[in-house]
Write a new protein. Structure first.
Length: 201
């Protein structure tokens, strides 16, 4: 299920990512770098031509064919600042998936999009709509999975991500393609389990 699949990693670089949740601890941005590197390493094993990586705040930037070795360079080029415009970057990643699907350029098992974020998006409804629209265009449940990984302790973000995870079908989604976990959950499970739960949720 995890092989023959493309992987996209979307990383939040909004201003709140510089927050330290524990006194004297690492910032969310620093914690995220470690996790992004681990995810990129795992995804590269499964997707040898490299992954697609986005960094977003008010605007987003896309990097193609990213190998694990390039991840730290990308982090060095970026600093947390700005808003959390998640809808625009998610729409771009999903549009890219459907473009490649239309031209027969996606692997047999489809794609997993991993979104690492610490806060609520600027426009919750827009994010929900992007995901709902995507589900209507899918032929099968497993071909596209979106996994939200929450960094930090923002309760509003936790609530919103829970709604995405649990209430999509009620909101009219054709398939439930969203899975959410927190960074704390990640410490207790392997990356394989995270990726599998994204597909099987």
């Amino acid at each position: 299920m995890l092989e023959n699949r493309d992987y996209t990693l979307i990383i939040d670089k909004s201003g709140s990512m510089s927050t330290k949740d524990k006194a004297g601890g690492l910032s969310r941005w620093q914690i995220m770098q470690e996790s992004a590197l681990a995810l990129a390493n795992k995804c590269e094993e499964l997707d040898p031509d490299g992954i697609t990586m986005y960094l977003f705040s008010g605007k987003f930037k896309r990097y193609d064919n990213v190998t694990a070795a390039k991840v730290s360079t990308i982090f060095q080029e970026n600093d947390p600042s700005g808003r959390t415009d998640l809808a625009a970057v998610l729409a771009d990643a999903i549009a890219s998936y459907f473009q490649r699907k239309a031209t027969g350029k996606i692997p047999a098992n489809g794609e997993i999009i991993l979104v690492v974020t610490d806060g609520e998006p600027d426009d919750r409804k827009a994010v929900m709509q992007v995901i709902l629209d995507a589900t209507q265009r899918l032929d099968r449940d497993e071909e596209l999975a979106i996994s939200f990984i929450q960094v930090g302790l923002d309760e509003a973000a936790t609530k919103f991500l829970k709604i995405l995870d649990d209430d999509l079908s009620r909101a009219g989604a054709k398939f439930d393609i969203v899975d959410t976990i927190t960074m704390d959950d990640m410490e207790d499970i392997t990356l394989n389990e995270i990726l599998l739960s994204a597909i099987n949720d």
